[in-house]
Design a protein around this ligand. Structure first.
Ligand code: CTP
Length: 433
């Protein structure tokens, strides 16, 4: 495992905090403050009940964003409507969660903004119950909590002790530091604990002369999100990146390169002893045959650049290290599945994550540089779809698939990557909350 504390996992994360009607609602202010201290971006949704206890202005001041409260408010829907709000976070925390809110959540209701956002969201959801001890002990609440836990909702608390209503028992909101630590643990799956992962990201630059290059529009976001998700899953991660303007994710070792050949060299140096290679870089397929020593001056009306093929890093990694589980990306404008499967076979890799690009793309909303994406995953005997989500969320889902497929791969291969008889399992991909 790399050595990050659980609240350090919240740096750069988007947390949607739901506040419901409970006397403990005032403590949610402290939760916002601590989440921000941990580096998270926070948006707050309040129910009508919560607003009986605390003014929205408190949360606006603490979170730095207006509080979201109405499901059918035209202005709010035009700004960030409930569906955008559901897509925005990396995790949702409802603290305090009242007995009534847990009941509505268990029923799948969408009768206010917070319930609708929880219903429309696929990100990890944690609830921190706070209620009178008798309400907590009631079999109706116990049933609701069981139902929610069965659906993958994470329960934080409640704590036991003296209550505002004079009762003693379980039902107190967990203290803010414990809530923040518990939320951080949602981002620690341990799925790749002890594994070494190499990720390439960003574009490459192929020099034409000392001041010019051939490049592409890759932002590097997907590769960086994958490196971060793999580190969160406990892996030791080396990120080999072309020129991008992104911060290095916490706990990740970064190597900066420019050209495809430099990237290959850095990858080959980092590779021995690795378990997984993810080629998320948009590597230039060609480079100028000759790099002019001096700046090329304009003269003739036409100028021809002669290009030659660059090494295919992904294919080269798999050729040299068949024992490493290799993941490639494919960006396609037509026949997504056919092209992706062809690349899977041609490069001999173990998993291809494919997405649409260009105007014919049914789901993509401008993948290069965009915050969101949708992926289809293909492996030799299976496939799975990851619907439109933030790149951070997709990266976590992809890491889960890699962890699952890595197990199958290990069982089916000897230490040198040779296929053993009777290998192969069929797995349609695990659902994630
Ligand atoms: N890749 C690589 N080295 C290259 C080119 C691509 O490692 N020189 C990797 C990318 O990181 C990505 C996958 O290969 O994981 C993309 O495969 P590629 O065949 O280049 O796909 P496209 O760029 O979509 O190219 P084309 O459709 O032209 O074959």
């Amino acid at each position: 495992m790399n050595d990050l504390s659980s609240s350090a996992r919240l740096a750069g994360k988007r947390i949607l905090l739901g506040v419901t009607g409970s006397i403990a609602a005032y403590k949610a202010g402290e939760v916002v403050r601590r989440l921000r201290e941990a580096g998270a971006e926070v948006r707050v949704v309040m129910t009508a009940g919560a607003m009986e206890f605390v003014q929205p202005l408190t949360f606006q001041a603490l979170s730095g964003h207006p509080v979201h409260r109405d499901l059918l408010d035209e202005g709010a829907e035009a700004g960030m409507g409930h569906i955008e709000l559901a897509r925005w976070p990396d995790a949702i925390l409802v603290a305090p969660a009242s007995a009534d809110f847990l009941a509505r959540l268990a029923q799948g209701r969408a009768d206010d903004l917070l319930a609708a956002v929880c219903l429309a969201s696929t990100v990890p959801l944690a609830v921190a119950p706070a209620m009178n001890a008798k309400m907590w002990e009631n079999p109706a609440t116990a049933d609701n909590v069981r139902t929610l836990a069965g659906r993958g909702v994470v329960l934080l608390g409640p704590a036991a002790g003296e209550q505002a209503c004079g009762e003693t028992g379980a039902g107190r909101l967990l203290e803010p530091p414990a809530l923040v630590a518990g939320l951080g643990e949602l981002f620690e799956s341990g799925l790749l604990a002890g594994r070494r992962v190499i990720v390439t990201a960003g574009p490459t630059r192929e020099a034409i002369d000392p001041v010019r290059y051939l490049g592409n529009r890759s932002s590097g976001r997907m590769g960086f999100a994958l490196a971060e998700a793999a580190a969160e899953a406990g892996a030791q991660v080396t990120l080999i990146s072309g020129p991008v303007s992104l911060e290095t994710p916490r706990g990740v070792t970064r190597v900066d390169v420019e050209s495809a050949r430099e990237m290959l060299e850095a990858v080959l140096a980092a590779l021995p002893g690795s378990d997984v290679f993810v080629g998320a870089a948009a590597v230039a397929d060609y480079r100028p045959v000759a790099v002019a020593a001096d700046k090329i001056k304009k003269s003739a009306e036409r100028l021809t650049l002669e290009l030659e093929r660059n090494p295919d890093i992904l294919a080269e990694v798999k050729r040299r290290h068949p024992e490493i589980f290799c993941v490639g990306f494919a960006a396609e404008t037509t026949d997504l599945e056919r092209h992706a499967r062809e690349k899977l076979a041609r490069k001999g890799v173990d998993l291809i994550a494919a997405n649409w690009v260009g105007p014919a793309a049914p789901e993509a909303d401008g993948v290069f540089g965009s915050e969101t994406n949708a992926l289809r995953l293909f492996w030799p005997d299976g496939e799975a779809a990851l619907p439109l989500a933030s790149k951070a969320r997709l990266a976590r889902q992809l890491v889960e698939h890699v962890a699952t497929r890595l197990e199958a791969f290990r069982q089916g291969h000897d230490a040198r990557g040779k296929v053993l008889p009777f290998s192969g399992t069929r797995d349609e991909g695990r659902g994630t909350r």
